[in-house]
Design a protein around this ligand. Structure first.
Ligand SMILES: *[C@@H]1O[C@H](CO)[C@@H](O)[C@H](O)[C@H]1NC(C)=O
Length: 276
């Protein structure tokens, strides 16, 4: 579905994708408008998604190291890390870049030790920002998603503090361990077993996304007051004369999946990122 496809490409500005789609379907002479975001007209979001990434799956893609890549430490990361806390709409779309509020690291200086440990970037590239240029992974998440989390979260500090708070409160590694699911091994587990462990702990349905048979991302969803709720991700089923939608709890996951570990290249001096 469209929103999920955008999200998979979330390091690219969605405006660019829309313009590309327009360019492909319109006559060649069509003059594209300048890429500008409206930062006003988006309605309030419906619920939150806390997206967590499994480093064992992401970090297998690291072929070149750099200091900003959390995969580049001497030892493999053995815990889920945070991708972002995203305000979403029930229809599967989401607001983005809601306010002109440039990321300011000074506002979250007291959170930096935890952010470096639990919310590292897992790549060497920098991330697109809402208005101009590129920046830190944190800046991307704040400007694109965080600025839309009002009024539940009032500012940049509250946004990062709440994401960390939810991450530590619902420790997925521990929740899975409690049900006999051990991460960072070659063991394969059925998707149903993983989902059941989370339902048992939170009472709600998560969303799983895989890559090449391994868990890549696990999402937990919350109401606006941060009570766990089911994730609502729809897939479209194309019929002959209509499109139906079905709620799904997984994307690209075979019936049994692994949460593998990886061999760090260990030459990028990411000591800052993974120091404890
Ligand atoms: C989560 O739980 C695991 C397993 O009990 C533990 O090793 C890890 O340190 C915990 N993570 C955090 C961020 O507290």
């Amino acid at each position: 579905m469209v929103a999920t496809a955008f999200r998979a490409l979330s390091l690219l500005p969605s405006v660019a994708i829309i313009l590309t789609a327009v360019a492909a379907t319109e006559a060649a002479s069509y003059v594209l408008p300048a890429a500008t975001f409206s930062t006003t007209a988006q309605r309030e979001f419906d619920y939150f998604t806390l997206a967590l990434q499994w480093p064992g799956t992401y970090c297998r893609r690291t072929h070149r190291c750099c200091s900003s890549n959390g995969c580049c430490g001497l030892n493999p990361l053995t815990d889920f890390t945070i991708h972002g806390l995203w305000p979403d709409y029930y229809d599967g779309s989401y607001p983005s870049c809601c306010k002109d509020s440039d990321f300011d690291e000074k506002k979250i200086s007291s959170l930096l030790p935890d952010l470096r440990k639990y919310w590292p970037s897992l790549s060497c590239g920098s991330s697109s920002l809402c208005h101009v240029g590129k920046g830190l992974f944190w800046a991307h998440e704040w400007e694109k998603h965080g600025t839309c989390s009002y009024p539940s979260l009032k500012d940049e500090y509250s946004y990062f503090a709440k994401a960390l708070d939810l991450y530590l409160k619902y420790n997925i590694t521990r929740i899975l361990n409690n049900d006999g699911i051990f991460v960072g091994t070659d063991e394969r587990y059925s998707v149903g077993t993983i989902i059941s462990a989370i339902i048992k702990a939170l009472g709600t349905m998560p969303f799983l996304e895989c890559s090449h048979g391994s868990l890549q991302e696990l999402r937990l969803c919350f109401d606006k007051d941060f009570k766990p709720r089911d994730c609502i991700v729809q897939t479209s089923i194309q019929g002959n004369d209509r499109v139906d939608y079905k709620i799904t709890s997984r994307k690209s996951c075979p019936r049994s999946i692994s949460l593998p570990t990886y061999s760090p290249l260990g030459n990028g001096d990411a000591s800052l990122v993974i120091s404890s």
